[in-house]
Ligand binder design. Structure first.
Ligand SMILES: Nc1nc2c(ncn2[C@@H]2O[C@H](COP(=O)(O)OP(=O)(O)OP(=O)(O)O)[C@@H](O)[C@H]2O)c(=O)[nH]1
Ligand SMILES: [Mg+2]
Length: 291
């Protein structure tokens, strides 16, 4: 049975349908740490509009991998740019791209009679859409916070140079809904406290698959055994519960937090030459997104 989407996501889909006829460009925002796994590829293609890809949070991703992703998208005929959405200078690259693309008329279509050009920013929850809009606008026009589901209302934000941007709630398609475990790693969907052990295990697995396990402090020394690593990590960090045993839950929570904030270094968990689609699709049934 298909999962019911929450109200604000349904509203976002309706707004996309509603505004699509007056929109000239779609900016697809993906997470630079997991560019393919955070895409709404089929959905964006179906919209049939000019589109560009922006890789958000590239300050948390591996630079070399990000360049490879941009080359890969270029080979697929897609224009992509890497950003730190919080940084006004970094997003300038995108402003020029948006202007050029929004004013380019698709072959076979007529240019609109209106002077203003409009772009929609579409992406999964918490990927940085509102932060990007604020940096592009040079003012705090949209509400932001580090948790999914912050944008609930739909608003147009004016930029200089006859441009308007639409801030929308984050959306997820049915393919992504099955990938709860990996989406939790990049904070697209909230994780439950009681699940941090398995969440940190998913992180260790994904890092091992991409050859990045070395960023987990002490993991290699533990013979890459996840249980030993967590116990060892808890002891080294002095995370103990009553009686002196290692506080495994706290160790798992700390690892996730460090990964998400860049405290384990800049890392891309999906490499450009190896999609994680198969791994994502192997996730157990219970890894579905919970709202
Ligand atoms: N390090 C880093 N953090 C970012 C970047 N972009 C956004 N963030 C942070 O990510 C969090 C989410 O940003 P939002 O702009 O609220 O994300 P959103 O896509 O609008 O989220 P929803 O409205 O909930 O779908 C905030 O804590 C931002 O500061 C980025 O490029 N780099
Ligand atoms: Mg938002």
């Amino acid at each position: 049975m298909k999962k019911e989407l929450p109200g604000h996501i349904k509203k976002a889909f309706k707004s996309i349908d509603h505004f699509l006829p007056v929109v000239d460009l779609v900016v697809e925002l993906v997470d630079a740490r997991m560019p393919n796994g955070s895409r709404l590829k089929g959905f964006i293609n179906r919209l049939g509009k000019n589109s560009v890809i922006a890789l958000s949070k590239s300050d948390l991703a591996d630079d070399i991998e990000t360049r490879k992703w941009i080359d890969r998208f270029a080979a697929e005929g897609l224009t992509a740019v890497a950003l730190d959405c919080r940084d006004r200078h970094s997003v300038k690259r995108l402003t020029n791209l948006i202007k050029t693309a929004a004013f380019t008329v698709k072959p076979g279509s007529k240019p609109p009679a209106r002077k203003v050009r409009r772009a929609m920013i579409i992406g999964i929850p918490n990927v940085g859409k509102s932060t990007l809009i604020n940096s592009l606008a040079g003012r705090k026009a949209a509400r932001t916070a580090n948790m999914p589901g912050v944008t609930r209302s739909i608003q147009w934000i004016k930029l200089s140079g006859e441009l308007e941007l639409l801030d929308l709630p984050g959306i997820l398609d049915y393919g992504l809904l099955r990938r709860g475990d990996v989406l939790r790693l990049i904070n697209t969907v909230p994780g439950k406290d009681e699940d941090t052990w398995s969440q940190a295990k998913t992180l260790a697995q994904v890092l091992a698959l991409t050859g990045n396990q070395g960023i987990l402090p002490g993991y290699k020394e533990c013979g890459e055994s996840y249980d030993r690593f967590l116990e060892d990590y808890a002891r080294r960090m002095n995370f103990c519960i009553k009686g002196g045993s290692a506080d495994i839950e706290r160790a798992a929570t700390d690892i996730i937090r460090r990964f998400q904030s860049g405290g384990l270094g800049r890392v891309t968990i999906e490499k450009a030459d190896c999609d994680l689609d198969e791994f994502f699709d192997m996730q157990p049934e219970n890894s579905e997104v919970e709202f």
